[in-house]
Design a binder for this molecule. Structure first.
Ligand code: TIU
Length: 226
């Protein structure tokens, strides 16, 4: 077992039953011309998560920790995109419309894929999801059960949308969640702050929060001892 110095208190985990989730680090959210920008957001707000997440992935790969990536997006015929999502708001380009990185938020398009800096390594699972949560409409729950995973270390974008939805889904399914504060990002600084506070409040109502360096420090000695 390993322990991370976290809020609201120590987070204890067994690396053998822990997976790192990397949520939606896609060009559509992280780069100009994608879904995030069509919604009126400044995608530059998310860039700061790339470097710490790359360092985290390097440590996880060096120590053999399970890494799972997710991508939000839809089938080319939009049959898995509910009208309530398709017609929501007033984006400059709707889901499925042609943009500079291909059709917005459509599987197989350049914009839908994960940014080069955080590209999945061979053998790492990539879960395609139609919604905000990584469990809804995906194989994630079955994969985690089959692998005996009990704890999730959560990274990705955006903090208050897909990260929060996934952490909430995971809580109701019985997983212990640690959210890494510098590896999750929001377009809105106030939502980043509140989103992280909401995880650890009330004695850890949704889980724990810690910087990635604290998790890496806890991970490396524990695996060297086993
Ligand atoms: N808009 C926004 O903040 N996020 C999303 O639409 N999806 C994810 O968070 N991945």
């Amino acid at each position: 077992m390993a322990t991370v110095d976290a809020l609201p208190g120590p987070f204890t985990f067994d690396p053998a039953t822990t997976a790192v989730l990397v949520i939606d680090m896609q060009r559509d959210f992280m780069e100009p011309g994608g879904f995030g920008e069509t919604l009126g957001n400044d995608v530059a707000q998310l860039r700061r998560v790339i470097e710490p997440t790359a360092a985290l992935l390097a440590a996880c790969r060096a120590t053999g920790l399970t890494v799972i990536h997710t991508r939000e997006g839809h089938l080319p015929d939009l049959s898995d995109c509910p009208p309530a999502k398709l017609h929501r708001g007033d984006p400059s380009l709707r889901i499925g419309a042609p943009g500079p990185m291909g059709r917005i938020l459509i599987r197989g398009e350049h914009g839908h894929d994960i940014i080069d800096e955080l590209a999945p390594a061979p053998g790492e699972l990539v879960v395609d999801k139609p919604g905000k949560g990584a469990f809804y409409g995906t194989e994630l729950g079955e994969v985690l059960t089959a692998a005996g995973i009990r704890s999730l270390v959560v990274t990705g974008v955006t903090t208050e949308v897909c990260v929060h939805t996934t952490v909430r889904e995971a809580n109701d399914r019985g997983y212990e969640c640690l959210v890494l504060s510098d590896c999750v990002g929001s377009y809105f600084p106030q939502f980043q702050e509140a989103g992280l506070a909401m995880i650890a409040a009330q004695g850890g109502i949704f889980g724990w929060v810690a910087p990635s360096t604290s998790f890496i420090d806890a991970l490396q000695p524990s695996l060297q001892r086993t």
